[in-house]
Write a protein that binds this ligand. Structure first.
Ligand code: ZN
Length: 324
């Protein structure tokens, strides 16, 4: 068990997910109140892996007093209702991610945004089928409270600060132990995987799309100013050079933005057209990721005044800005 001079101690349990991202991490803070940071998806394989993992570190599911969910994606929260049934634990999540838990209206709003971005209806229907084939991945979660960032979670012997770091989702939260420089980052920082700035409705106005990459880059700026030593992400091994990773991600986004800038013309292209131009070989769920990726980067060009958005026949087109 990693232990730190600050008193911080925790275990990492790796659980399988049915997603391309691969296994997910569940962090268990074994000091009282026993707390999980994320809990994996709602699949039998995850339940087995998690219960075995807990048994191996001497934690009975009944002892779980609190689950903190980093963000509202099913690979991070699906097991929460099951664990709640076993333990009666408290469940906390970022305020802006609360509406997305087990609420299909946000999925419908996301579908509308994808159609506006030019995704064909057949693709959208197929996405829905695929999701259902995977099972009951978005169960209702009995949430007991929301986090805004700035809270301090007290444990016997140490405490963790809640940071609201939006980008990957609107209400993404991370846990931070300033004295040891340890950050539990959820999907805000991942090694070898660029966290997708997914197309997502604005939690305040679901008919509007969130400017997720603009938020994400602001979160990276904030992280780069922090004394990060080791980052424990939502997927994969610990990140030992967080500063280097943050610089890499910034460079990656700059590069992609420049490529898209060159692809824009004066007439306008939809997110779907740009995605197919940038990633010609994509299929299935990857299409959703690709469209998300493209519109998120075009947002940066719009913010810089280098691109503009026009609406025609219910579709959103992006074109080079007509600067005078
Ligand atoms: Zn994830």
């Amino acid at each position: 068990m990693p232990t730190y001079p600050t008193g911080l101690r925790f275990e990492r349990i790796v659980v399988p997910t049915p997603y391309a991202v691969g296994p997910a991490n569940v962090y268990v803070f074994t000091a009282d109140p026993v707390t999980l940071f994320d809990c994996g998806p709602n699949t039998p394989a995850t339940e087995n892996a998690l219960l075995l993992g807990l048994a191996a570190i001497g934690v009975a599911p009944q002892q779980i007093a609190r689950i903190v969910i980093s963000h509202s994606h099913p690979d991070h929260y699906g097991m929460a209702p099951r664990l709640h049934a076993l333990s009666g634990c408290e469940i906390l999540i970022g305020r802006h991610d609360r509406p997305k838990l087990g609420d299909s209206s946000m999925l419908v709003a996301t579908g509308k945004l994808l159609l506006q971005a030019g995704m064909p209806m057949e693709e959208l229907v197929e996405m829905g089928h695929r999701e259902r084939r995977l099972g009951e991945l978005r169960p209702e979660v009995p949430v007991s409270g929301v986090l805004d960032g700035g809270e301090r979670l007290a444990f016997d012997g140490f405490g963790l600060n809640v940071l609201h770091l939006p980008g990957h989702t609107a209400g993404h939260v991370c846990l931070w132990d300033e004295a040891s420089g340890v950050l539990f980052s959820g999907d805000t920082l991942l090694l070898d995987i660029s966290p997708n700035p997914l197309i997502e409705p604005d939690p305040q106005d679901p008919s509007e799309r969130r400017r997720s990459l603009i938020e994400y880059i602001a979160s990276l700026d904030l992280l780069s100013g922090m004394p990060l030593a080791t980052v424990f992400p939502g997927h994969g091994p610990p990140i030992e050079d967080p500063k280097g990773l943050i610089e890499e991600m910034r460079a990656h986004h700059r590069e992609r933005t420049e490529r898209l800038a060159k692809m824009l013309d004066g007439a306008g292209k939809t997110g779907w057209q740009l995605a197919n131009e940038l990633f010609p070989q994509l299929e299935g769920f990857d299409n959703f990721l690709a469209v998300s990726e493209v519109v998120a980067h075009v947002d940066l060009l719009i913010e810089d005044g280098r691109a503009e958005q026009v609406e025609r026949d219910g579709l959103i087109y992006y074109r080079r800005a007509r600067t005078g």
